[in-house]
Write a protein that binds this ligand. Sequence first.
Ligand SMILES: [Zn+2]
Length: 171
Amino acid sequence: MLVEEIVEFKREVSCFAVPKYGILSITSDNTLGGVEFDFFSIWQQLKEIGLENIPYVYMIHSHPPGCPKMSSIDFNMVHGWCQGLAIPICFIIVHETGHTFYLCQKNGKKSDRDIITVDLDDGLKQIMQATYYLSMLDGLNVDVLDDLALDLSEHIDIGYTNILELTKNIF
Ligand SMILES: [Zn+2]
C-alpha cells in the first residue's frame, strides 16, 4: 500500500538577496505567520556594497498554503524598505502552488506594488526553492540560517532577471 507523505508547512522563512552579490540574510522566527527580515544586518551589508551599485534587491519569503498574496503586514514592511532604500524591491512570495512576484518601488511618499511576470534567473529560482524547503523542514534550528545564507551564496550565482528591463528607466 502506498503511504502518502504529508508534508506540512512549518514556518515562514525570509531571504534577502542582491543580484551579483548573493544572499545577505535568511531569517525565520519559526512561526506560521511571522515575516521577519534582519534589518540591521542587511542594512550594514547594503552600505558596504553601496546602494549605488545595486539596481534592485530581492526579498523572498514563504507563505503557508492558501496565502499567495502579500499581507497588510508585508506591505507595511516593504513600504518601509522602499522608502528607506529608494531602489526597486522584487518582493517574492513562494507558496505551495508557485510564487507571486511583486515589483515594489518608492513613488514619492507612497510605494507602488505591481504583480508582474518575469523569466526567473536560475540562481533566483534555486533560492526560492531553498526558502520554501526550509519552511517545510522538520526541527529547523533557526540559529544556523546565517551560516546557511553564506554557504548558499558561495554555491549559487544570482544574476539579474529581465526585471532590469522594467527598472532601467529609473536609473
Ligand atoms: Zn507575508
